[in-house]
Design a protein around this ligand. Structure first.
Ligand code: S3P
Length: 175
């Protein structure tokens, strides 16, 4: 296994509920990376939840925190697995930053799976109103092509076990 500093960073992107944080945490442990979750890091730095940030300071404020955090992560040593918020790659400057940071992996899930995973969620302000299926479908129409264009690899999370995904990730970082 390579030393932490020699490892390329691995960046997980994808829609809410695709399992970026869960897979990222497990893979980091298995492959000897450090794990960073942009949402968690921002919540810690701001001392408030994402929902509070959206309602008290607005989405734009949160988006600025994401960009600011990415810029700081670019100056850190390699060997991290980064789970990103679902909307983070939508800003062009963020997408460019992710590309520079490392290997970008798009976690994909079917709408049915996403509905199952996101039903009853109270932590994601963008899903708090309206019909869940309509919301997911409409957002994926816009976001899907952006995720696809940015990604170096794609993992179909519906069909794969964590074990399979982690061993794919190990191969990707070696190439
Ligand atoms: C968002 C996704 C969330 C979080 C915020 C906005 C989005 O992260 O960053 O609620 O715009 O898709 P997850 O993808 O980890 O749920």
């Amino acid at each position: 296994m390579k030393k932490a500093q020699e490892k390329k960073n691995i960046i997980l992107i994808g829609y809410m509920g695709t399992g970026k944080s869960t897979l990222g945490r497990k893979a980091a442990k298995a492959l000897g990376y450090r794990f960073i979750d942009t949402d968690v890091r921002i919540e810690e730095e701001e001392g408030s939840t994402i929902s509070e940030m959206f309602s008290q300071k607005g989405e734009e404020y949160f988006r600025r925190c994401e960009t600011d955090l990415l810029k700081r992560l670019e100056t850190e040593p390699g060997g991290m697995i980064l789970a990103t918020g679902g909307g983070l790659p939508m800003r062009q400057e963020n997408a460019a930053c992710l590309k520079r940071l490392g290997v970008v992996i798009y976690l994909k899930a079917s709408v049915e799976t996403l509905i199952e995973r996101l039903q009853g969620d109270t932590k994601r302000p963008l899903l708090s109103e309206g019909d869940l299926r309509d919301k997911i479908e409409a957002m994926l129409k816009i976001r899907g092509p952006v995720y696809e264009a940015l990604a170096d690899f794609c993992l179909e999370t519906d069909r794969m076990t964590f074990y399979e995904m982690i061993s794919e990730m190990e191969k990707m970082q070696e190439n």
